[in-house]
Design a protein around this ligand. Structure first.
Ligand code: SAM
Ligand code: SF4
Length: 497
């Protein structure tokens, strides 16, 4: 796809240099200032005492320093790795208990003016079939997502193009939130839309914020600037490393409460990217007072006409991928961690024990893929190929068999428990109070409206255990909770505490 002449003038107005420089401390950006190569060079595997000291910080829900994170990267001793795994799970349980949040990706358009070397939506991929959903097509997608599958949370995904610019994003958010659909026993709707989109100016971000966004997600892809420049041609918008690096500063300044960062693992040395993610969240906390709400760690998967060769030296093995997840959990203990269906089911199941908190299911990543039932393996219509095709019903049953409760709670965001407020609650372990109650309410609602008989049976012991715990550990909240629970069972919907 050639860049049309109209697009050139649109592209030339995207980047506002002043909205990069104002956040920079002199001429060095925060990644350069973190001096990651030197931290990695000096790091040594910690002895038992130092390791226990580092892990005690994670357990106290304190961020690790870059030096401490680099030390964990050096650990190869199987006993020390086992201790790290054990601690990561404890941290997850302390902050998020046995809850897993589920969501679905919703791709709204695959026009893109960029030419990322690894992405099937790259403008250079002339085999991609391009489309942007109109309002009717979007409603058909929501009818399946909220009416048949039962999702309450989406991550809406957009390419960078005038056809899906900020006004389109705002309109699509309004359409999604307004749409209601009948379910088995009630009414279904999408209650939280997170957005994965390109970096915007503060002015545009304010418009997106006003439309009721959940988390604003932008992945840096790689924090290693020379690799970044290799992957993203200089004449494209995405070719501007600093515009992307400082987009979360702009997001927080625009009033957004929850921001999600990520690195595309496999582009450069995973150790460098890991320290980049930790440096990024620390920078946000230091300069804007709020760390990141979620961290994503997508791993490179094959895409149509991707120019990354199969022998690219930085592809990440399964064993290293697991270390990445483990170390993120320990280094940024309060953050939500998302593992998507790019990964195979076995990898995602193993990641549960290392502290992930969010998973997608029944995912379709073609534009219009839910209503059109596009196969997850259909290459020309989607960005890349999925590894886990489990339905939401299957995933929830598998989670229940492992003792996890699936939470469809979106209350925090609608009650103002976001941003710094939620961070503080998570650090103190207080957020769990609301989450535990709302997880049961929303899980029961989903079971009544969408679950297969087999999944309802598998979920029953988990549900009963949760209710017993609420009664025993939260007696003052139990009576109100019980009232809400009975109302849900009688068909009322969207009740939360
Ligand atoms: N266009 C926006 C952008 O680039 O920021 C957002 C949408 S993009 C479709 C979402 C993310 O998909 C990218 O940030 C990138 O990390 C990831 N991605 C792209 N190609 C991929 C691939 N081949 N394998 C795994 N993830 C990929
Ligand atoms: Fe476009 Fe995003 Fe794909 Fe890059 S990763 S080509 S910006 S959709």
């Amino acid at each position: 796809m050639e860049v049309e002449t109209d697009n050139l003038s649109w592209m030339s107005q995207r980047i506002r240099g002043g909205e990069i420089l104002k956040y920079m401390d002199g001429s060095r950006d925060f990644i350069a200032a973190a001096d990651i190569p030197e931290k990695l060079r000096l790091a040594r595997p910690p002895d038992g005492a130092r390791l226990r000291g580092i892990l005690a910080k994670s357990l106290a829900i304190q961020d690790l320093t870059l030096e401490e994170t680099a030390a964990l990267i050096q650990v190869t001793d199987p006993d020390h790795l086992a201790l790290m795994r054990d601690t990561a799970l404890k941290v997850k349980l302390k902050v998020y208990d046995n809850r897993i949040v589920t969501f679905a990706p919703l791709y709204l358009g695959n026009y893109c003016v960029n030419a990322c070397a690894y992405c099937g939506f790259s403008r250079s991929n002339s085999d991609a079939r391009r489309k942007v959903l109109n309002a009717d097509e979007l409603k058909k997608e929501i009818a399946v997502l909220a009416g048949q599958i039962g999702h309450k949370r989406l991550i809406a995904v957009y390419g960078e193009h005038p056809r899906n610019d900020v006004d389109y994003i705002v309109e699509s958010l309004q359409t999604i939130y307004a749409f209601q659909v009948k379910t088995r026993r009630g009414v279904g709707s999408i209650r939280r839309v997170n957005v994965n989109a390109p970096p915007f100016s503060v002015e545009d971000l304010k418009k997106i914020h006003a439309a009721g966004i959940g988390t604003y997600q932008v992945f840096q892809e790689t924090y290693h600037q020379p690799t970044y420049e290799r992957m993203h041609p200089a004449e494209t918008i995405k070719g501007n490393y600093l515009w992307r690096l400082y987009c979360m500063h702009r997001a927080l300044e625009s009033g957004m409460d929850d921001v999600g960062i990520g690195a595309l693992f496999g582009l450069y040395d995973w150790r460098y990217e890991l320290l980049g993610l930790v440096a990024h969240t620390q920078e946000l906390e230091r300069s804007l007072g709020i760390g990141c709400h979620t961290i994503s760690f997508p791993r490179l998967v094959p895409a149509l006409n991707s120019v990354i060769a199969p022998d690219w030296p930085y592809l990440v093995s399964d064993a290293d991928f697991q270390r990445i997840i483990l170390i993120i959990r320990l280094a940024v203990p309060y953050t939500g961690m998302i593992i998507t269906a790019r990964e195979k089911a076995a990898i995602r199941d193993a990641a549960l024990a290392m502290g992930v908190t969010q998973m997608d299911a029944s995912s379709k990543i073609a534009i219009g893929g839910y209503a059109d039932c596009v196969s997850a393996q259909e290459k020309t219509k989607q960005q890349f190929i999925l590894g886990d095709e489990r339905s939401l019903d299957d995933l929830i049953r598998d989670l229940a068999a492992r003792g996890y409760i699936t939470s469809f709670c979106t209350a925090g965001y609608r009650c103002g428990r976001t941003g710094k407020c939620i961070m503080d609650l998570l650090r103190q372990g207080t957020e769990g109070k609301f989450c535990k109650l709302n997880a049961v309410l929303t899980f029961q609602e989903w079971l009544d409206d969408f679950a297969s008989a087999e999944t309802r049976r598998a979920a029953q012991p988990v549900l009963e255990q949760e209710i017993r715990e609420i009664q025993a550990k939260m007696p003052s909240a139990y009576e109100q909770f019980r009232g809400y629970y009975e109302r849900i069972k009688n068909g009322e919907r969207d009740l939360y505490l």
